[in-house]
Design a binder for this molecule. Sequence first.
Ligand SMILES: *[C@@H]1O[C@H](CO)[C@@H](O)[C@H](O)[C@H]1NC(C)=O
Ligand SMILES: *[C@@H]1O[C@H](CO)[C@@H](O)[C@H](O)[C@H]1NC(C)=O
Ligand SMILES: *[C@@H]1O[C@H](CO)[C@@H](O)[C@H](O)[C@H]1NC(C)=O
Ligand SMILES: *[C@@H]1O[C@H](CO)[C@@H](O)[C@H](O)[C@H]1NC(C)=O
Ligand SMILES: *[C@@H]1O[C@H](CO)[C@@H](O)[C@H](O)[C@H]1NC(C)=O
Length: 626
Amino acid sequence: SCPHCKWSSAPKRQFSSWSHLVRVIAAVFCYCPPLGMESHRVEDDQILASSMSHHGFSAQRGRLNMQVTTNDEDDVYGGGWCADSEEKEHWFQLDAHREVEYTGVITQGRHSETNDDFVSSYFVAFSNDSRDWTVLHDGYAEWLFYGNVDKDTPVKAEFSHPVVARYIRILPQSWNGSLCLRLEVLACPLPNSYPNENDVTPNDDLDYRHHNYKEMRQMMKVINEECPNITRIYNIGKSSQGLKMYAMEISDNPGEHETGEPEFRYTAGLHGNEVLGRELLLLLMQFLCKEYNDDNPRVRRLVDGVRIHLVPSLNPDGYELAYEMGSEMGNWALGHWTEEGYDIFQNFPDLNSILWGAEDRGWVPRIVPNHHIPIPENFLNGSVAPETKAIIAWMERTPFVLGANLQGGEKIVTYPFDMQRPPRTADESMFRWLAMTYAHSHLTLTETYRSSCHTDDITGGQGIINHASWKPVVGSMNDFSYLHTNCFEISIFLGCDKFPHESELAQEWENNREALLAFIEQVHRGIKGVVRDTENNIIANATISVEGIRHDVKTASTGDYWRLLNPGEYRVTARAEGYSPQTRLCMVGYEAGATSCSFTLTKSNWARIRQIMAQSGRKPRVKLKV
Ligand SMILES: *[C@@H]1O[C@H](CO)[C@@H](O)[C@H](O)[C@H]1NC(C)=O
Ligand SMILES: *[C@@H]1O[C@H](CO)[C@@H](O)[C@H](O)[C@H]1NC(C)=O
Ligand SMILES: *[C@@H]1O[C@H](CO)[C@@H](O)[C@H](O)[C@H]1NC(C)=O
Ligand SMILES: *[C@@H]1O[C@H](CO)[C@@H](O)[C@H](O)[C@H]1NC(C)=O
Ligand SMILES: *[C@@H]1O[C@H](CO)[C@@H](O)[C@H](O)[C@H]1NC(C)=O
């Protein structure tokens, strides 16, 4: 056995409350965690191979789950390491940079639409100096491992005992198609090795584990019991398999919208196999609860000043699939879609085409508004997942101001539009600021020397990119949120490894904690206020326009509004049917906190109303076809 291994494959899941967590390690068989081929913790210069078929298939492409980014087979970013077929001897080598205990490898074939290239058998060799190599024996002969049977499914090989060495080599013996390989290596640090930068001792006493559906529900219950005054569990709907999409509300007055208090949301797991966001949100709940009870002033300010909604799992069916297969062992796609095959992120109504079509005809904003664009009548009768419908209803009934969805498989923050078309949103600079806030508060997201997960760095060192110029999609959640509601939403891609090993969770919490908090705090950037009439009645559904920004927001049913804006001076106009518009000059400073900018509208006189009605009566009625 190897007592220094941090985690066994199946820790017994017993706990009464996370703060009194008892971790029972069932050390029957000890597997080491991944060394970090997939996560990119292993750096490019640690990987070497005997040859490559050509430039796009270098050893550095041989990371587990590496993806080709286009269907171009001559892509410079190939779907794996491929050897030069002219060579006779083939090896793929990893240098751990220090002696470690190797316990196994996980192999996968080449990612490709057309080719079926994978290694079907191989030897494994070890060395301390990269000159003298010892091939692993099974007691009788050199141990031949059976590898892959298709190009996508990862296959794990476990050694009978841990092997101490600095270097490991895979020696392919037979393959299908061309010799191509993607790989992860399982290894532990030696018991007495000095700690390196990757070994973290977490600062926060939280539950750093993966949680399946039942465990997630249990965890949320425990948090709710620890912090009954500031938390409330609800669900936003059900998956097609009947699993609930649970939400945790964290606020000083859970269950109600307080006038003037903005609403914020984090969602995760809309692709069920991108699981880090789910755990980060569970950790964030624990953290906020604990720190609130400990009187942490920053957390008190957050909880008292924002109504925070955290939804760890928008696609619970997909998660359960990925979870059953476990970390590293699902392929790139298992659990990505809903049970019925929908990709939730791009299952929303395409309002972009409606807006852009109307803009081209000069109809915006006179005939077609530049915001709160209605959902086309036939949309909900079409191919829409029940999960998507639930999310839409939730977005419509809650006056969210700001949100982010946590995804995986890349290390990047993206902002809308997500659908391709040259003009950017009217709020480009605000969106860039929001994305930047997360990326630059994250401990490693802007370490661009590590490059992006599947290509060279595409963000100019900033860690952020407009989604459409990276991966254009139609009907995205973020575009829908911006065009149908007041809420600005961005996507945060948390890392290359969609399903990080449990032992990575503490480090990932450290990496993301400040960013998660700093991003919520941005909900207070800009102006906010209440629109009332002269008798002090609130006016719901009033339109707030900012001169120079062709995107309005509306007041909530409680008459309050929030308009995210960068520092500056703005001419702001409030309009409501039956009232004369009012324009004010509102300043946004650099200090924290939204500037108060309220309006009192006077009723327009009858003649004026009649005139407006007569004008609108003469307007052509426009039916939009989508
Ligand atoms: C590497 O060195 C360690 C001692 O530091 C030794 O135990 C181990 O067997 C060596 N590994 C190989 C492959 O020679
Ligand atoms: C092996 O490769 C050939 C083409 O080289 C392909 O036709 C065949 O389907 C592959 N076998 C498997 C099991 O994928
Ligand atoms: C909840 O609020 C009540 C009344 O304000 C207070 O007495 C109680 O201590 C609070 N409970 C917790 C767990 O903070
Ligand atoms: C959509 O379905 C509803 C009933 O579910 C029906 O009343 C309506 O006519 C349908 N609309 C279209 C455009 O098919
Ligand atoms: C909100 O105002 C718009 C006009 O700005 C109007 O078309 C819409 O029907 C109103 N919605 C509600 C719920 O009052």
